[in-house]
Design a protein around this ligand. Sequence first.
Ligand SMILES: *[C@@H]1O[C@H](CO)[C@@H](O)[C@H](O)[C@H]1NC(C)=O
Ligand SMILES: *[C@@H]1O[C@H](CO)[C@@H](O)[C@H](O)[C@H]1NC(C)=O
Length: 228
Amino acid sequence: MASPPHPVVTFSLLILSLLFSTACSATCAAPKLKHSNLYKNCNELPTLKSTLHWTYTAANKTLAVAFTAAPPADGGWVAWGINPTGTGMGGTQAILAYKDPNGSMAVKTYNISSYSSIVEGKLAFQVYDKRAEFNAGDGSITIFAVVESAGGKVNQIWQVGPGVSKGVPEKHEFNQENLNSKASLDLSSVAPTGASQTSGDAGLRKRNVGFVLLLGLVFAVFCLPGRS
Ligand SMILES: *[C@@H]1O[C@H](CO)[C@@H](O)[C@H](O)[C@H]1NC(C)=O
Ligand SMILES: *[C@@H]1O[C@H](CO)[C@@H](O)[C@H](O)[C@H]1NC(C)=O
């Protein structure tokens, strides 16, 4: 009779398989943002095939983002924002971009206090360096911006819409995808560089090193580009 696997082995495998998903999703398979290495993190957002590259700098309380999504039609818009007061659309402070008929990229900010009150203007927080790029390959648009944020967990909202008429974004669809385009973003989820050392006896540390090496190997095998 074969002996069952040691509980520690079983447990490690379980942890490893859990870590895969997080480790792999951190690499953000698509889309391919040029200079994505400028950002420390990348999340594939759960709806509307969108991604968010981001870096939070606690020292000056700024969040640098690159949000990418494809509008549902040529001439449509994409938007990303933070809702400081709730989790839905009402209260969202949004950055919206579209390709202007003249070929240039328009980037605007909107205070969305409700569905009926979408006002272009200043946001509740500072926005620096906002710009947008059109990605001809897949028709997607990337919004780049740096926003002020106190850190912790923020409510992020994103959206895409079919068109812009006379500079005013047209209403987006109300499909499930559009309604579920919100998620919490934990700005403190990244370990600061030079993170604290773990205490413990040398043997335990050695085992930890072994575990970390194994993790690195597993990550390389399953997650590196070139493997699918
Ligand atoms: C905040 O700090 C980062 C890292 O030092 C720097 O790259 C960025 O320009 C700063 N942002 C602002 C708005 O000062
Ligand atoms: C956004 O709109 C709401 C409702 O009109 C208003 O109370 C709030 O001050 C506005 N925020 C900014 C930054 O203008």
